[in-house]
Design a protein around this ligand. Sequence first.
Ligand SMILES: O=C(O)CCC(=O)C(=O)O
Ligand SMILES: [Fe+2]
Length: 360
Amino acid sequence: MEGYAEVMVERSFVVPSVDIGPYVRGGDDVARTRVAAQIDEACRTVGFFQIRGHGVPEHVTAGLASAIDGFFGLPLEVKNGYRCPPAINRGYTPPKAESLSLSLGVESAARMNDYFEAFNVGVPARTYPHLTLPETDYADNVWPSELDAFASQVGAYFAEAQRVARTLTRVFADALGLPAGFFDAFTDHSLDVLRMNNYALPPDTYTGHGDLIGMGEHTDYGIVTVLWADRIAGLQVLDTRGVWHDVCPDESALLVNLGDLTARWTNERWLSTLHRVKPPIVDGTIRRRRSAAYFHDGNIDAVIATLPTCLAEGEPARYAPITVAEHVRAKLAGSRAGTPNASAEREAARLAAADRAPLS
Ligand SMILES: O=C(O)CCC(=O)C(=O)O
Ligand SMILES: [Fe+2]
């Protein structure tokens, strides 16, 4: 019976769902305090949660989905016309061009086998004309000229996702007992990127050899990620005991996960959770799946050092202070340029432990 109970506990993994309406529509202090407490709990235990009451209009999400369909439906040679050099995190990434596990410094057996294709847009330097921002990090966007509505559809979703990410940092300040607006100084010219992902394979692609990975295991790099995804299996999240779990958002909900910078800030009181995309294979192929990850990464020049409120008396900081530039560039050099990241020992160790644990 003991063994049975153990299995039941292992299977009871849930991604908490939180209604953030009191922060979006306005709400009284009691309602907000309740939201902040729920998010604190989710961030401590899972590092992933879903949000309702986010206020993103349905037509904006539908516009994003239509832009994704329009672009990925173009012929490969047209899509390839929108590729950018690895240092420029913009435009099209064809299947197998990126290896996410290298952002952790891990060479996986399926190296270069991440079969997702993606299109990235981000905040260009011109958004903040009063600042001198590095043009490589804050690069101009490329917009597909074949699709009239693409820029406005993606732009509308980008603005909404940015609003949601900023709202979440207001909740985080309350949840961590920090002054209201604490994160503003770290995010007022935040290096944000929206990565639209398409997981699709022609029928009978899979021959049964090797590991077929949609997107390799990784942690997200920044502060917080707002993730829109089709309600189709594929996303898997690693729990604190090293077991992978399938995660699917509820209808109309957005997924949220924390990135490494928040784990560093909080001395891992809050988790930057490892995740990957591994869709089930049926008849040699997968069901097509789309997602869009909005990465809120913080100001390029911000210094992220452990928050004193997250250190108990005498507790050492697990991480040295780092700038957003140093951290994000090392991660992107891994995933986009194939240079293994040597500075991700803590995440790589968690992954090694998980490789020895079963799938839920
Ligand atoms: O496709 C997904 O659900 C996850 C995508 C993801 O983790 C990412 O783009 O960083
Ligand atoms: Fe991710």
